[in-house]
Each structure stands twice: as C-alpha cells, then as structure tokens.
Design a protein. Structure first.
Length: 262
C-alpha cells in the first residue's frame, strides 16, 4: 500500500521534537521493510494535493491540518489517528467528559475563566484547556491561590480565556504507551497485579476517544487507577522501536478498513 507520514508541527512538539521525528522515521522504515510505499509529507504541503494514499499516519494536532485530513479520510484514506479523535483528545474538557461518560476515573476537574481574583482552591493543577503543552507554563501545579492567579494572568496575556483546574492525585504517575489495543510499555514498570488492570483501562480509553496510537498517564490512588492525561501519538521515547513495529503492524490490520472512528 502507498501511504504518507505527516510529522507533528514544531509548535506542538514541546521538548519532544527529536523524539517525535525519531518514532515517525522508524515507523516509516518498518513500513518500507514490510513492502509499503511511504513518503513523508509536511503538514503545510497537504493542502491542494489531489492524490489519495491508502493510509496516512499523522502526528499533527493543527486544526487546519486536521481539516485536510478529514477530507482525505472522506475520500478513502485510512487516517491514524482519526482527525476527530485527535481533536477530541486535544480539547481537555471534551476529553474528560468522554472519559467520564465511559466510566473511566479522572480527577475532579472544572473549566473556569482566567480572571485574576476568581476564587480557586489550592493546591491544584492548572492546565490550558486546549492542547497538552505548548509552553512550560501551560501545565503547572499551583500550591497557593496566588500561584493560581499568576498562572491565570499568564494565560490571559497569551489570549487563553479559560483554564482547567484539576485536583491533584496522590501516587506515582505511570506512563502507558498503546498501539491498537496493545499496551506495549509502561514506565516505570507497574506491580504485576496492576498490569492487566492497566491494559483494560488503556483499551477502554482508546475506545472512548477513538484513538489507536496514544499514551495514557495514570496514577494509582488507593489501589485504583485514575487517568490524569491522554496524549494522541506520544513520542514513545522509552519504547521507540517497539512502538514503530507495532504501528507498522497496525497499518496492515487497519489498511482495509473503511473507518477508524471506533
């Protein structure tokens, strides 16, 4: 099959540019070894192309690029992750609501205006409502109400009118890396009795958001897993080659599908 690899735009690769490029490059190598014809197409070069590849593996989170990818999907390309699932994951309020509707535990969260003086209980996590992290201050732990107000001021100055306030979950953060419904890596390694539970949780998360290539950040609190974040197509830094092989296999599995929005 013929396919395109679409890199993530630099502004969405905060601190992960090299790792993002590495996993996409290795995925391309494994696809080529499997007999697929692959080409890297930069997001800004998608517009106006008339050819329709059999598949597109895209790391893009840009709304205009996602719009073009939706048109490609409508013309027959299998796009992984689907544009709808990427956009849903990038919007924190929508993502959290989708997880809650699926019965997945998430920290208590609320969307508030970034107005200095807005009553806020601290300590609390303050997160931008769209995208994961474009700057260092986009996700921060506020110890005091003053910290919250200072973060709000920075958000407002950047044109970000709302923020997500999220309760802190006590426990070690486990980073889970998933391709298809396969949990390919957890960092740090969880207790053996938690592995099966994490596998089921990640599969449930993927179904809730329609994702096939993703990462889930989990905290085990009082023995139960709580999802604190989900990332569409992470950099897979601790398991790059294993992830690239799994993504290449996913293309063979999904390549004949008419839709990936599950």
């Amino acid at each position: 099959m013929r396919g395109w690899l679409v890199p993530r735009e630099a502004r969405y690769s905060f601190g992960k540019r090299d790792a993002d490029q590495r996993v996409l490059q290795r995925t391309g190598q494994h696809l080529a070894e499997a007999g697929h014809e692959v080409a890297v197409v930069e997001p800004q070069r998608l517009q106006g192309r008339l050819d329709v590849p059999a598949f597109v593996l895209s790391m893009s989170e840009d709304c205009e690029t996602l719009r073009v990818l939706r048109h490609l999907a409508a013309r027959g390309s299998v796009v992984l992750n689907s544009p709808r699932s990427v956009w849903q994951t990038c919007q924190r309020s929508t993502m959290l609501a989708s997880l809650q509707q699926a019965g997945i535990a998430v920290p208590p969260s609320c969307l508030v205006p970034t107005v200095v003086g807005h009553a806020a209980h601290a300590p609390v996590w303050v997160k931008r409502p769209d995208y994961h992290r474009l700057r260092e201050t986009d996700v921060s732990y506020a110890v005091t109400a003053g910290d919250v107000e200072r973060t709000f001021a920075k958000f407002a100055a950047a044109g970000i009118g709302t923020a997500i306030l999220q309760t802190h979950c006590h426990g070690q953060v486990l980073k889970c890396y998933v391709v298809g419904r396969q949990l390919i890596h957890v960092s740090p390694a969880p207790p053996p009795q938690q592995r099966g539970r994490l596998h089921d949780l990640c599969a449930q998360t993927g179904r809730a958001l329609g994702l096939h290539i993703f990462g889930v950040d989990v905290v085990i609190e009082n023995g139960l897993p709580v999802v604190i974040d989900v990332n569409d197509w992470p950099s897979f830094s601790p398991c790059c080659d294993e992830a690239a092989k799994a993504i290449a296999r996913l293309v063979d599995v999904r390549g004949g599908a008419s839709s990936v929005d599950e």
